[in-house]
Design a protein around this ligand. Structure first.
Ligand code: URA
Length: 425
């Protein structure tokens, strides 16, 4: 086989054969296809697409590039959730222990934040002592101890995707539905979960800006999971405004703990409970209702066991940023818009996110919301509090928020929190 022939075939709008895809993924992983050749192919795929057959073959080839985890030693079904990423999306934190408390095992491999979206591992690392890197044996130990584990994917899992994702990130080839779907699903299938619920975000703070593109991504991923024997469903959920009232690392852990204590913002509670019910149904586990497990403290108990089993202190005080600044409501009326992307960008500029993979993040930085779209506000009341370790970060964060919120005499229409459910077939 020849890389140039494969690139030309896709450049000219053709379909790649299974043999071509298997060869190119294998050769790229092992260094036989150069980065510049793979980036040309990724751009050809972004421009000309791949059909469902090609995407399925591509995904399977990426899975085969590394190990496939196996949880058959466990005595109950496994379920996982994947979010395509958003602003204030701390749902994994209460959800994983909640589903464990209701009777399924949750083996979750998570990622770090890049750009304006946060990463689950960065959030959990604000808990003193907590460790993201675990061996497979340690993962099994935490699962048996707490019912849920959230950790980083090891280097042996879908190495083709690791290499390709880093390349896409610097070649303008992230925003391709076939490449996003195969990237996410190769990792989730290799992770070995028996069932999977996908939370596909829609809106300014998400990869997918419209319901139509989010639906196409969801349908593609649900088909890939189902064909690989993983019971998979997807929800399209709103990311035109931030989720909850906290955006940042330690700030989001605090909000997740409020939810586990039976409180927390209504949207975070609603989505956590809805996703938990979907995960339990997909895993075929019935019995305890998630709303009851939040109210009776059993989800909180599972959280404490999970954090402690990964070296964290669930009672430790979380880091706080040294400096704060307040954004006030410009007028009295209804907060009609608080844009997820603007708030995510502000949190990123405050230090909560990173520009390059190797950059550190600030545990305490971020944004606290004092009102959500639909709330009545008075002129001059605090709308947002910005948190940063250094006061000189505020200026650029405030620039990010310019035009990102609006107060009007009457409310505007917004996406519902859960927009649509996508299932196989
Ligand atoms: N997340 C992934 O893991 N891969 C993508 O391509 C996009 C988001």
């Amino acid at each position: 086989m020849d890389a140039i022939e494969v690139i030309r075939a896709k450049r000219d709008g053709g379909e790649l054969t299974a043999a071509q895809i298997d060869w190119v993924i294998d050769a790229y992983t092992n260094g036989g296809v150069a980065d510049e050749q793979m980036s040309a192919l990724a751009m050809a795929i972004l421009l000309n697409g791949m059909d469902r057959r090609e995407i399925a073959v591509w995904t399977q080839a990426m899975i085969r590039s590394g190990e496939r985890m196996d949880w058959s030693a466990l005595d109950r079904p496994t379920a996982d959730k994947h979010s395509t990423g958003g602003v204030g999306d701390k749902i994994t934190l209460p959800l994983a222990p909640l589903v464990a408390a209701c009777g399924a095992y949750v083996p979750q491999l998570s990622g770090r934040g890049l750009g304006h979206t946060g990463g689950t591992l960065d959030k959990l690392e604000s808990i003193p002592g907590w460790r993201a890197s675990l061996s497979n044996d340690e993962m099994l130990h935490v699962l048996r101890e707490a019912g849920a584990v959230v950790c980083a994917a090891g280097s042996g899992l879908a190495p083709a995707d690791k290499k390709l994702y880093a390349l896409r990130d610097v070649t303008g080839t992230v925003e391709s539905i076939p490449l996003i779907a195969s990237s996410i699903m190769s990792k989730k299938i290799a992770e070995g979960t028996g069932s999977l619920v996908l939370d596909v975000k829609v809106g300014s703070g998400a990869f997918m800006k419209t319901t139509e593109t989010a639906r196409e991504l969801a349908e593609t991923m649900v088909a890939l999971g189902t064909d690989a024997g993983v019971r998979t469903v997807a929800l399209l959920t709103a990311m035109d405004r931030p989720l909850g009232l906290a955006v940042g690392n330690a700030l989001e852990v605090e909000e997740a703990v409020e939810v586990l204590a039976g409180g927390g913002p209504a949207d975070v509670v609603e989505l956590t409970v809805r996703l938990a019910r979907e995960m339990l149904a997909a895993a075929g586990v019935s019995g305890k209702d998630p709303a009851r497990a939040l109210a009776d403290g059993s989800a909180m108990d599972a959280w404490r066991r999970m954090i402690a089993a990964q070296g964290g202190d669930p009672d430790a005080l979380l880091p706080r940023a040294a400096e704060t600044a307040t954004v006030q409501a410009p007028a009295s009326g209804v907060l009609t818009r608080l844009d997820a992307y603007a708030v995510g960008l502000a949190a990123w500029r405050l230090g909560a996110g990173r520009a390059r993979k190797e950059d550190p993040v600030s545990a305490g930085a971020g944004v606290t919301l004092h009102a959500k779209p639909g709330d009545t506000v008075r002129e001059g009341q605090p709308l947002l509090t910005l948190h940063a370790d250094e006061a000189d970060r505020f200026e650029r964060a405030l620039e990010a928020l310019e035009g990102g919120y609006a107060v009007a005499p009457a409310d505007a229409e917004r996406l519902p929190l859960v927009i649509e459910r996508v299932t196989a077939g």
